[in-house]
Design a protein around this ligand. Sequence first.
Ligand SMILES: Cc1cc2nc3c(=O)[nH]c(=O)nc-3n(C[C@H](O)[C@H](O)[C@H](O)COP(=O)(O)O)c2cc1C
Length: 201
Amino acid sequence: MSKVAIVYHSGYGHTAVLADSIAQGVRDAGQTPVLLKIEGPAQDFAPFHDAIGEADAVIFGAPTYMGDVSAAFKAFAESTTQVFYTAAWKDKLAAGFTNSHSFSGDKSHALASLTIFAAQHGMNWVNLGLAPPAVTAAERGPDTLNRVGSFIGLAGQSDNVSPELSPPAGDRETARLLGERVANAAVRWARGAQPALSEAA
Ligand SMILES: Cc1cc2nc3c(=O)[nH]c(=O)nc-3n(C[C@H](O)[C@H](O)[C@H](O)COP(=O)(O)O)c2cc1C
């Protein structure tokens, strides 16, 4: 069974909703999600480093604050310097998600930061893999998948209401599909790393 770590920060609970939906997608693919919630910048991240080391794939998530990942996520990223020197996460699969209030809100910049972070660790990026919605702006609604039309990762949009109400169903389902996609990719990736039958015989 493949393990998919979901490392995320959520100041007010909206990004956490997407993390939970991603975990459900991993389960739906028959694999094991490992949810690692960043509580704040002063946290001891060593247990997270170990858990990621044991995972086949990692999905990084942060709310977009001031046009980039939150400071708490950035603190986690900077805590991985020693891991960087040992290249311990090289060739793992990685993917990313963010969430913010505006439709754009410069979410793509936060996703680019997550992509670069994964690339610095030599990880292989799995994109969202969902076409932007082929609907008119008037038809776009809370159930629309990939509602804001993102390619490199999941971009959720939350109103300033309780996380129970927002992000809406379409964003949650998009998150679930990302979890499924990464879990399926992790299984294929692990299978490809097995010795060929001719070598194993
Ligand atoms: C410090 C701060 C900065 C923010 N900057 C942005 C931003 O650049 N773009 C945006 O669309 N929303 C921005 N927001 C709104 C949040 O992204 C939005 O409320 C999001 O749902 C918060 O996710 P969370 O509940 O997981 O913390 C910001 C919120 C805070 C607190």
